[in-house]
Design a protein around this ligand. Structure first.
Ligand code: DGJ
Length: 724
């Protein structure tokens, strides 16, 4: 060992033994611990199971006999750049005098108790030379072990400072191996998982798409520590950014073999100029750690979402009939009046009118015209939207409508009247995604317009009961005619969107809204504060949906996932309905083309769903059999009192004689209670292959299990488990 390195190791050891301060964040099972070193660096020294004795956290760093840290910053809680740092920074700035250095030191911290469950730790840091501050915010949710972390950045320099990188959080994890589960995809191919062992260097998950930022990959991920976690075993961290725009998550396996996770807005083309005393707030990075596998982690996130984030997370949702797959753009008032009757006949709560109802000079008869002109098309709807709302109410159903208010077709009045409201380069040709362009939401006038589109619909139609908010284009040719600082666009766009959504929610707090983005291009927990549900994918082939919904379920509760029965896929109607049932069910079919039995089945299924939906929406979810490694999938939802549960089983392999050979072990029941298992949602005229008279103990059902008898003739089976 070189002498200098040897000396350094001793210094590092010494600095651990003379620690100035420990700052622990304690939740029900875990602890996140920061340390202020002697020279006032704030470091993250622990994320793991909490200790009985808080005084012992101080011992943790000294127990690692890793190679030296040349900087004292490898495990920095918020790594600055331009001075000692050698690794990926969390923050990088150019001061008003052109200097690029930053070295943040601890100033103070305090803890605010927001409620019995929620605490907010603030750690204030300042540069050692410049009047430049960062406050780290660590919001902890005790019951669910969830942490949200973000920063606020400000300064009092003479002129503006340029923020070149401004992450939300900077974690440092210790383990002998790290396995990353990430997702990739594209339209209709959302949420395809990949797992890999992280090697040294940086693995980045990012988006530069601006809007529908998750199209190729979302910011959600899992890190298993030591070995790949399973549903019930292993230490696993889930993370995701609460931001509906460009993100960047860097995972750096550092020279000491620790994993640094630096998560935030993507700084790509997004240098941000900050005036003196202005506050720059980064979005929250959300994470949760479980010692007991992916299942527990996802139940924590789902519970947290319902209790604290998702709009109306404890409330109700509306079942619906949508007309997109059934009619596309081709409808008129008469046809819609008939569909309203079908909605009633089907027994669902609401009819959702999709794309194609607006535009006159540029009628929206295909996706190449009309976006931006939000007046009802006079040919299709001569008496306007109001008559539809009225007719719906006369028919005994609610009415909802599709909008895509952030977008514009070049073939529209809006585009011609306000070319400066459109994101496009002034001196280059236009480039389209689905024949459309994105409006510049960094511009307050555009925000007013977008707000006005949706608010206007509510004002003109007070009974409007649902909005599907779509967003089909990415940002090409990023340029704002409005912004002085052109590189603020990606950030100001998203904040502009949140401004609009907040204004809408202040005025219309409870109306359910679906967050759609040509499929799952946009879902995240910042957006879900304003939306009751999201559209996971345009791919509604139920076989595909089993896989897509399975993966989303790690991060989002079932009540937030809109799942529609459509003509996609070759599976029987029952299979389609059973798959839609495990989320928030809807239909997008031509009801009057259903056979008598199909219609009867759907009607009965709506009734069955109404009885089961409380368990599905608010219960604990257990993934029992993984479709990626088995011939069938099995998912279970258990109510909080452990009195009732539902299990969905779906065959996912077409080969000869595939079937559920072994019993499926249930989870989440009370071992001491007795339960009756019966098959529900049977197709008219069919008999269950199961004996519904059998009563079995929770102990038996969880240790031995139960065979749903899924096979080629029973491709999907729904079981209801009720305490006797
Ligand atoms: C994309 C959505 O995902 C679809 O459900 C549908 O609303 C179309 N847009 C309408 O253009």
């Amino acid at each position: 060992m070189k002498r200098s390195v040897f000396l350094l190791s001793i210094l590092v050891f010494c600095s651990y033994s003379t620690i100035a301060q420990i700052i622990p964040v304690i939740t029900r099972q875990n602890a996140l611990v920061f340390q202020v070193s002697q020279n006032k660096d704030v470091q993250m020294i622990y994320l793991g199971e909490k200790l009985a004795n808080q005084d012992e956290y101080v011992q943790i760093p000294g127990l690692y006999n890793q190679s030296g840290d040349y900087t004292g910053l490898y495990n920095s809680a918020y790594t600055s750049s331009g001075t000692r740092n050698l690794l990926e920074p969390a923050i990088s700035v150019t001061h008003s005098d052109g200097n690029n250095s930053l070295d943040l030191e601890y100033v103070s911290h305090d803890v605010e108790k927001i409620s019995d469950d929620i605490s907010l730790l603030k750690i204030t840091l300042k540069d050692r030379v410049y009047p430049f501050q960062v406050t780290m915010f660590i919001k902890s949710y005790f019951a669910e072990d969830v942490i949200e972390q973000w920063t606020e950045i400000s300064h009092q320099e003479k002129k503006g400072v340029i923020l070149r990188k401004y992450a939300s959080a900077n974690l440092s994890l210790k383990s002998n191996a790290f396995y990353l589960t990430q997702y990739h995809g594209d339209w209709a191919k959302e949420m395809r998982p990949e797992e890999s062992k992280l090697t040294h260097g940086i693995k980045t998950l990012d988006s530069k798409l601006g809007t529908r930022a998750n199209l190729f990959q979302p910011s959600f991920f899992m890190i298993s520590m030591g070995k790949p976690a399973t549903e019930d075993e292993g230490e696993v961290l889930y993370g995701m950014l609460e931001w509906s725009g460009n993100f960047k998550i860097d995972m750096e396996l550092d020279p000491q073999d620790n994993l640094r996770i630096i998560a935030g807005i993507n700084n790509y083309a997004s240098e941000y100029s900050l005036a003196a005393n202005q506050n720059f707030k980064t979005p929250a990075f959300l994470y949760v750690l479980s010692k007991n596998g992916k299942g527990e982690a996802s139940r924590k996130i789902q519970t947290w979402a319902r209790d604290h984030k998702l709009l109306d997370g404890k409330g109700n949702r509306l079942t619906l009939l949508n007309n997109w797959e059934a009619t596309g753009f081709g409808f008129n008032e008469q046809k819609l009046f008939a569909i309203l009757k079908d909605t009633k006949k089907l027994g669902v709560d609401l009819f959702l009118l999709d794309d194609g109802w607006f535009g006159n000079k540029y009628p929206r008869n295909s996706d190449n015209a009309g976006l931006g002109d939000w007046q009802a098309n006079r040919e299709k709807l001569p008496t306007g939207v109001a008559s539809l709302v009225k007719e719906a109410s006369a028919t005994g159903v609610k009415f909802g409508i599709w909008v895509e208010p952030e977008m514009v077709n070049p073939a529209s009045n809006l585009y011609h009247q306000h070319p400066d409201w459109v994101i496009k380069q002034p001196n280059r040709g236009e480039y389209y995604f689905r024949n459309q362009l994105v409006l510049d939401l960094s511009n307050p006038k555009v925000q007013d317009f977008v707000f006005g589109v949706v608010d206007g619909l509510f004002t003109e139609n007070p009974d409007l009961a649902y909005i599907k908010w779509d967003c089909n284009a990415v940002i090409y040719n990023a340029y704002s005619a409005h912004l002085q600082n052109k590189s603020h666009l990606y950030v100001d766009y998203v904040n502009g969107l949140y401004n609009v959504l907040k204004r809408l929610r202040d005025k219309h707090p409870t109306v359910p809204m679906m967050l759609c983005s040509g499929g799952g291009g946009r879902v995240d927990y910042a957006a879900l504060q304003y939306f009751t549900e999201f559209w996971p994918s345009d791919n509604t082939d139920p076989l595909e949906r089993v896989f897509i919904q399975w993966e989303y379920s790690y991060f989002f509760p079932s009540m937030s996932m809109s799942c529609h029965v459509t003509d996609w896929g070759r599976q029987p109607l029952k299979y389609k309905v059973d798959v839609a049932m495990m989320g928030k069910m809807g239909f997008d079919i031509v009801v009057d083309r259903l056979s008598e039995n199909d219609l009867k089945f759907c009607q009965q299924a709506v009734g069955t769903y109404n009885q089961l939906k409380d368990i599905i929406w608010h219960g604990d979810q257990y993934r029992l059999v993984d479709p990626k490694s088995n011939d069938f999938a099995s998912l279970m939802y258990v109510d909080s009192l452990k009195q009732k549960a539902v299990i969905f089983n779906y065959l996912v392999n077409n080969r000869y004689d595939v079937r559920s050979v072994c019993p499926v072990k249930m989870k989440g029941l009370n071992p001491d209670r007795k339960y009756r298992v019966q098959e529900v949602n049977l197709y008219p005229g069919t008999q269950s292959a199961l004996d519904s008279q059998k009563v079995l103990s929770g102990d038996f059902l969880m240790r031995v299990g139960y065979n749903p008898r899924v096979d080629g003739s029973r491709q999907s089976v729904v079981l209801l488990i009720e305490e006797e």
